[in-house]
Every structure is written in structure tokens, then in C-alpha cells.
Design a protein around this ligand. Structure first.
Ligand code: GUN
Length: 307
């Protein structure tokens, strides 16, 4: 059976470490790091995600509040609200929960958050810096995957990695860090040989690339896409997918992209869903918020993520 990469336990360790660091920061005369989460409309999944973020923030000593707007808010009013937060020196981190109503241009909104307060790493400047291996704000989910590979000591240098899913906020930044040079400035390069698969990768080619992979990272939202016959014995499988399904008894549950029961018999290491990448993503968002707070005081803090 595969080693289970317990993201929930690791997230707890990271939050414990962060709580101590934030406590030291505050006891040396700085104010509490602060986070504002903007949510627009009534999407229940988004409300749960934001609630978890606020709870985690409070738990580590970050002062966090949700700012809720009706789905009818105009793009101009939302941009104006973000601008006020950008200019407020009591606020370190800002995130706008996605998706937004169709009337609002998400890219415009992501680019409206000041890059140094952009704890989601979605601003065009932060995305660009990531692509150039520069110190930057990295999207929390991608950072969670890299942190798990590092903390669980999964070798990546020269290994074959397949990223399934090419979204700009998840698959792309993961692939970007996996393939890049660990000696470059970001400190996040993993030196793997990376293949990106997506919806137009033919099924038989997806199988072929996965069978050749030492590490599979999947972020598609397609339940049971990755089956045992697609996995090389001993490979590491990281499942970023989270889909809520209703089973035969009418009960809802969360499942990932991986057919966990069969793949866990073949893989060397595997993340569960829930309890894998999800809790780590929240922990990494807290790390980004503390980095934003440090950076606003001390312009050198963004130089490296310190693992
Ligand atoms: N919606 C789903 N995932 C995310 C995320 O990581 N950040 C934001 N802002 N919205 C999301």
C-alpha cells in the first residue's frame, strides 16, 4: 500500500510553526497581520472555503474579516472597494474569492489587487514573476503541492512529472515550479521533466504519459480520471481535484480526480481527498498573508519562501 501523504496533519504542523512566528512578530512590536476576504454572491462552496480561511487565519493569529457583497454589485464598485483596501495600511492581504458573477471580469479584478497584498498570487505581475523564477506571491494551491513534495521528501530532480489540468491558477503554476531550476531566485524550482496534459490530450496519450511518470499531479475536477493501470508502481500521486458527488444513498461526499481505492494499491505515495492538498492550501494562504505583512514592513521579505 502507498504511503498516505497526510495534508491535514502537515497543515497543522505548518500552522503551529506559523503561529509561533506570528506571535514573535507581534511581540517585537508589529501589529497583527491582517487579511480581508471578499465574497460576491451566495455560492455555498465559496462560503465554505472563505469560512475555512477566516477560521485558519484566526487560529494562527491573523486578524481576518469577510467582506460580503450582493451578486448585483457592479464591477466598478467592486474595483473601488478593492482600491480602498489597497490604500489601507492596516490591511496586509486581500483575496477575492472566485468565481465571480458573469457580469464581472475576473482578470480585471485579480489585477486590481495590489501585487504586494495579492495573497492569492493571481495578479498579472505575480504570475509573470513566477514564470521568470523570481520571488513572488505564489498561488496557495500550487504552493501547497510543492511544499508537500518538499516536506515528504519526494525526489523531483530529473524525474518525470505529469500535470493533468492546465488552469492558470493551479495546473500552470504547479508545472512552472516543477520544471524550473532550483538554483534560480524563487527557491521553488524542482528540476523535473514536466508534461502538461489537458482536455484535448487523447485518453490513450494521457495513459501513456501517466504510465511514464514518477510523479502525477492531477487538478481537473473529473472524478476517477486516474485509474490504477495508468500509474507506474511506486509513483507519487498528488490529487488536487475536489468534486462534491451524491452517492447511491443520496449522501454527498467529496472525491478527487484519482480512483483512490485502486491507485493506493499501486502508488508509492498518495494524497487522500479530503485531507490532502485542501488543508495545505489554506495553510499556504496563511503563509502568504504573513509574508505580505512582513513585506509591507521589510522589503526584503519576498526574496525567498523559507521551507
Ligand atoms: N476559488 C477556488 N479556489 C480559489 C482560490 O484559491 N482563491 C480564490 N480567490 N478563489 C478560489
Amino acid at each position: 500500500m502507498a504511503q498516505i501523504l497526510d495534508g491535514k496533519a502537515l497543515a497543522k504542523d505548518i500552522k503551529d510553526e506559523l503561529r509561533i512566528k506570528i506571535n514573535n512578530w507581534v511581540s517585537t512590536g508589529h501589529r497583527c497581520p491582517s487579511l480581508r476576504c471578499i465574497i460576491v454572491g451566495e455560492d455555498p462552496a465559496s462560503e465554505t472555503y472563505v469560512r475555512n480561511k477566516i477560521q485558519a487565519a484566526t487560529d494562527v493569529g491573523i486578524q481576518a474579516e469577510t467582506i460580503k457583497y450582493d451578486a448585483s454589485i457592479t464591477e466598478a464598485d467592486l474595483l473601488a472597494a478593492i482600491d480602498l483596501l489597497n490604500k489601507n495600511s492596516d490591511i496586509d492581504g486581500i483575496l477575492v474569492q472566485l468565481p465571480l458573477p458573469g457580469t464581472i471580469d475576473e482578470r480585471k479584478v485579480c489585477n486590481a489587487v495590489a501585487p504586494e497584498k495579492d495573497v492569492d498570487g493571481f495578479h498579472i505581475i505575480n504570475v509573470g514573476q513566477l514564470c521568470l523564477d523570481m520571488p513572488t506571491m505564489v498561488p496557495a494551491t500550487a504552493l501547497a503541492v510543492i511544499e508537500m513534495l518538499k516536506r515528504f521528501k519526494i525526489e523531483t530532480l530529473g524525474r518525470n512529472a505529469v500535470v493533468v489540468g492546465r488552469s492558470k491558477n493551479v495546473g500552470m503554476p504547479i508545472a512552472m515550479m516543477l520544471h524550473s531550476d532550483r538554483n534560480h531566485d524563487s527557491g521553488l524550482g524542482m528540476d523535473a521533466t514536466v508534461t502538461i496534459c489537458h482536455r484535448y490530450t487523447p485518453a490513450e496519450k494521457l495513459e501513456m504519459y501517466c504510465q511514464n511518470a514518477d510523479i502525477i499531479i492531477t487538478a481537473t475536477g473529473v472524478p476517477k480520471l486516474i485509474k490504477a493501470h495508468m500509474v507506474k508502481p511506486g509513483a507519487t500521486v498528488i490529487d488536487v481535484g475536489i468534486t462534491r458527488i451524491t452517492n447511491e444513498e443520496g449522501k454527498t461526499k467529496l472525491v478527487g480526480d484519482v480512483d483512490y481505492d485502486e491507485v493506493s494499491k499501486i502508488a508509492g505515495a498518495i494524497t487522500p481527498v479530503p485531507g490532502g492538498v485542501g488543508p495545505m492550501t489554506v495553510a499556504m494562504l496563511m503563509l502568504n498573508t504573513f509574508r505580505a505583512a512582513q513585506n509591507l514592513r521589510d522589503k526584503t521579505a519576498l526574496l525567498h519562501y523559507k521551507f
